[in-house]
Design a protein around this ligand. Structure first.
Ligand code: PLP
Length: 428
C-alpha cells in the first residue's frame, strides 16, 4: 500500500509544494496532507483505506454529499455525445434560465470556468461600465487569484502569510482600496473622499475565507446605499454563499440586491464552473453585445452544465436549506457545549449551510484583525485530533466549514464524540 506521506513526497518532485492549490498542502498543520482516493456521501476515503467524515465538501460544491448518484448520472448521460463543442448548446440556456429564476437580481448571466474568472470578469465589467478604475474590497475577503483582487486577500493567501502576492504590479494594486470588513464608518469615509472614482465594491456577503464571519446588521445595507449614491456597482461574490446560505444565496438571506453576482462551486456540481450576472444594462456591456471583452474556450461546457443543473434542481427542493441549517446548528451548538465543558475557549459562527470555529475568548469575530488574534495553535491541535479520529476539517483556521445534506444525525454525533476526546486531550 502506498501511503499519503509517500505520495506527497513524490508529488513534490514535479508539482510546486506537491499540490495544485496551496491550502491542500496542510501548511501550518502538524502533518503532511492526506491523499484521497474516493468519496461517497459525507465520507472521504484516503489511499490508506481510512474513512473521514468530511466538512470541506471539495471547498463547497458537494452540498448533497460526494458522488451524488443523480449528478453522476446526469454527466454519464451526456458523456457519449462528446466533451466540448465550442458552439452554443441548449443546455447553457437551461442553466442561464435556472440561475435567473433562482436569483431574481440576475437578468443575464455569463458562464465561466472558475470563481476566479467570475470575479475577475465582474470587476472588468464594473470598470468598463462606470469608466472608473478604483475598486473597494475588504481585508480577509478572498475573491480568487486575479491581480486586482489578490490584495490583502483571505483563504490560502492568508494561511501562507502573504495577503498581497509578489507579482501583483504596484501600479495595479494601487487601484484596490482595502477596508475593514463590517466597518461601516470606513466605507462612508472612503466614499466621501473618492466615491466618484470608485467603479465597484466587491464583497463576500458572508466572509468565508477568513473563517466564517457573517455581516453585522446594517453592513450590507450601507454598501448598497453608498453604491447607489455614488454611481458605483455593488458586486456580491457569492461563489461560496450562493445556493448555500439560502437557495437564493446571501442576497436572499439578508434581503439586499446587488448589481452583479459572482457564482462558483455549487453552480458547477463539482465541475470547474463559475458564473457572473446581474442587471441587464450592465451585462449588455459584455462582448459580443458590448465593448467589455470576456471569453472562454470551455465556458458553458455541456458536462459541467449537466452536473450543475442537476445539483441546483436538488437544492431547490422545499425545505432543503432549513434542514441544512438545522444540521449546522446541531453541530455548532454541540461543539460549543463540549468546549465549554472541557474549559476550552471556543466559539462558532454560522450562516445557513456554512460555519466556522474560533479558538478565542471573544464573544464574536467580526473582522480580519479579530480572526488573526485567535489561537492558531489550539486550532492546529484540534484539527490533528479530529483528523486522527476520522473527521476531516479544513486544514486552516481561516477557512469556513461546509455541511451537506448527506450528513446524518449519526455523522454529527460521531463528530461531537470525537470533539469531546479532542478537547480533553487539549486540556492536558
Ligand atoms: N470567491 C470566493 C468567495 C471564494 O471562496 C473562492 C474560492 O474559494 C473564489 C472566489 C475563487 O474561486 P475558484 O477557486 O473557483 O477560482
Amino acid at each position: 500500500m502506498t501511503t499519503s506521506a509517500e505520495l506527497f513526497e513524490r508529488a513534490c518532485r514535479h508539482i510546486p509544494g506537491g499540490v495544485n492549490s496551496p491550502v491542500r498542502a496542510f501548511k501550518g498543520m502538524s502533518q503532511p496532507p492526506v491523499f484521497i482516493e474516493r468519496a461517497q456521501g459525507a465520507y472521504l476515503f484516503d489511499v490508506e483505506g481510512k474513512r473521514y467524515i468530511d466538512y470541506v465538501g471539495s471547498w463547497g460544491p458537494m452540498i448533497t454529499g460526494h458522488a451524488d448518484p443523480e449528478v453522476l448520472n446526469a454527466v454519464r448521460e451526456r458523456l457519449d455525445s462528446g466533451l466540448s463543442f465550442g458552439t452554443p448548446t441548449a443546455i447553457e440556456t437551461t442553466m442561464a434560465d435556472l440561475i435567473c429564476e433562482i436569483l431574481p437580481s440576475i437578468d443575464m448571466v455569463r458562464m465561466v470556468n472558475s470563481g476566479t474568472e467570475a470575479t475577475m470578469s465582474a470587476i472588468r465589467l464594473a470598470r468598463g461600465y462606470t469608466g472608473r478604475d478604483k475598486i473597494v474590497k475588504f481585508e480577509g475577503n478572498y475573491h480568487g487569484h486575479s491581480d486586482s483582487l489578490l490584495v490583502k486577500a483571505g483563504s490560502g493567501a492568508l494561511t501562507h502569510g502573504e495577503p498581497s502576492s509578489p507579482g501583483v504590479p504596484a501600479s495595479l494594486a494601487e487601484h484596490t482600496i482595502t477596508l475593514s470588513y463590517n466597518d461601516i464608518e470606513a466605507v462612508h469615509e472612503c466614499f466621501e473622499a473618492m466615491g466618484e472614482q470608485i467603479a465597484c465594491i466587491i464583497v463576500e456577503p458572508v466572509a468565508g475565507n477568513m473563517n466564517c464571519i457573517p455581516p453585522q446588521p446594517g453592513f450590507l445595507e450601507a454598501l448598497r446605499e453608498v453604491c447607489d449614491s455614488h454611481g458605483s456597482v455593488l458586486i456580491f461574490d457569492e461563489v461560496m454563499t450562493g445556493f448555500r446560505v439560502a437557495l437564493g444565496g446571501a442576497q436572499a438571506h439578508y434581503g439586499i440586491t446587488p448589481d452583479l453576482t459572482c457564482l462558483g462551486k455549487i453552480v458547477g456540481g463539482g465541475m470547474p464552473v463559475g458564473a457572473f450576472g446581474g442587471k441587464r444594462d450592465i451585462m449588455e456591456q459584455i462582448s459580443p453585445l458590448g465593448p467589455v471583452y470576456q471569453a472562454g474556450t470551455l465556458s458553458g461546457n455541456p458536462l459541467a452544465m449537466a452536473a450543475g443543473i442537476t445539483l441546483l434542481e436538488k437544492v431547490r427542493q422545499p425545505g432543503f436549506h432549513e434542514a441544512l441549517s438545522t444540521r449546522v446548528e446541531t453541530l455548532c451548538d454541540g461543539l460549543e457545549t463540549r468546549a465549554r465543558d472541557a474549559g476550552i475557549e471556543m466559539i462558532t459562527q454560522r450562516a445557513g449551510g456554512m460555519f466556522g470555529l474560533f479558538f478565542t475568548a471573544q464573544q464574536r469575530v467580526d473582522n480580519f484583525g479579530q480572526t488573526m488574534a485567535c489561537d492558531a495553535q489550539a486550532f492546529r491541535d484540534f484539527f490533528s485530533h479530529m483528523l486522527e479520529s476520522g473527521v476531516y476539517l479544513a486544514p486552516s483556521a481561516f477557512e469556513a466549514g461546509f455541511m451537506s445534506s448527506a450528513h446524518t444525525h449519526d455523522h454529527i454525533q460521531t463528530t461531537l464524540m470525537a470533539s469531546e476526546r479532542a478537547f480533553a486531550a487539549m486540556r492536558q
